[in-house]
Design a protein around this ligand. Structure first.
Ligand code: AMP
Ligand code: MG
Length: 336
């Protein structure tokens, strides 16, 4: 495994890193890429065996489709059918933490390699996103094809927001790791479905719902599908149990129980805090942007304390708080 540190800012090392990553992807290998949301485990999206390698490395169920990451709107339009509304959203929020699920373009031009069916898990729609990370965008541009990239962690576990997290969990499966420091947004992209009469929010994430509704001048419909029903694969990946640490997770606590670690938010002190096994705060000032950025790192940190459970303070409010509550709710859901 080759690891490249991009934080030193040198042009030669950046070039070497991009060249190594593109060569590995071109040979069907897996590359860990930084994005503004979380680290991705990437493969060439047009190479079916390489994409199969992502599912194997993560232990991910193959009915859970992947997001195809593109370097510009033209590459998105080569593989998906973008309505005027989809183009408006891409124009407003790309590059950035917004994924658009649109009808798949079938029989694309002969010069365009088609996306492996495994990426879309056989659906007639495709999830597309242009991430806001300069190095990863250069890798995609140089490769000339989209990369399929779910979060770089074992399926069902806590997402990876640093290169060290990726290596600890998936090291042996990855050929190249591009280390660009901590992921600045810290939660996954917002996913909007644009394949029905009205746009639908499939997953809250890094772009607040309110910002999208303001941009398009209409409300987003809610995700109404049964989360764990593989017969209705509208958004098969929205499994109820996800992002789970080894410890149990208990939400909206007002009092700690013995043996628990505490994850706080803002100036909130539950009863029994002095007896906590470990404690951390998502944001001492109650800032949801800071809280999102710290979420997965602190869940991992508290999990390492060996506590039987992680008790979490309420995280009220709008904006990114919706995505944080979504992730915490799944982390707390009964495990399968
Ligand atoms: P992850 O890569 O772990 O952030 O998960 C990607 C999410 O995108 C999963 O929850 C998938 O269910 C969702 N997704 C990907 N492709 C589609 C699609 N064509 N339709 C609906 N949801 C999708
Ligand atoms: Mg994930």
């Amino acid at each position: 495994m080759q690891r490249f540190d991009l934080k030193d800012g040198g042009v030669p090392s950046r070039e070497r890193a991009i060249t190594a990553a593109v060569a590995a992807l071109d040979r069907g290998r897996l590359v860990a890429v930084p994005t503004e949301t979380v680290y991705g485990l990437a493969a060439d999206a047009t190479n079916a065996p390489a994409v199969a390698g992502i599912y194997a490395a993560k232990g991910r169920p193959s009915f859970n489709p992947l997001i195809a990451h593109v370097c510009d709107i033209d590459m998105a339009m080569a593989h998906g059918i973008l309505s005027p509304l989809a183009r408006q959203l891409a124009g407003t929020f790309w590059p950035g933490p917004l994924t658009l699920v649109v009808p798949r373009r079938v029989g694309a031009e002969a010069s365009v390699a088609s996306i492996a069916d495994l990426v879309t898990a056989g659906l007639e729609t495709i999830a597309l996103r242009m991430p806001a990370n300069g190095v990863t965008l250069d890798v995609i541009r140089r490769l000339g094809r989209p990369i399929a990239a779910p979060s770089a962690n074992r399926s069902g576990g806590i997402s990876a927001t640093s290169a060290d997290d990726v290596i600890a969990e998936l090291g042996p499966s990855v050929s190249v790791v591009l280390d660009d420091g901590a992921s600045p947004v810290g939660v996954e992209s917002t996913i909007v479905l644009l394949a029905e009469a009205a746009p639908r929010l499939l997953r809250p994430g890094g772009v607040p719902r309110e910002a999208i509704e303001r941009a398009i001048g209409q409300p987003l419909a809610d995700n109404d599908h049964e989360p764990d029903d593989p017969q209705r694969p509208l958004a098969p990946g929205m499994l109820t149990s996800h992002y789970a640490p080894n410890a149990r997770v208990r939400l909206d606590v007002t009092a700690l129980e013995p043996g628990e670690a505490f994850l706080g938010f803002g100036p909130f002190f539950p009863e029994g805090l002095d007896k906590a096994v470990a404690s951390a705060n998502l944001s001492a000032t109650g800032n949801v942007v800071e809280a999102a950025c710290n979420l997965f790192r602190l869940l991992r940190e508290l999990d390492r304390s060996g506590a039987a459970a992680i008790a979490v303070a309420p995280v009220p409010g709008g904006g990114l708080a919706e995505a944080i509550r979504d992730r915490l709710g799944r982390a707390a859901a009964p495990r399968r």
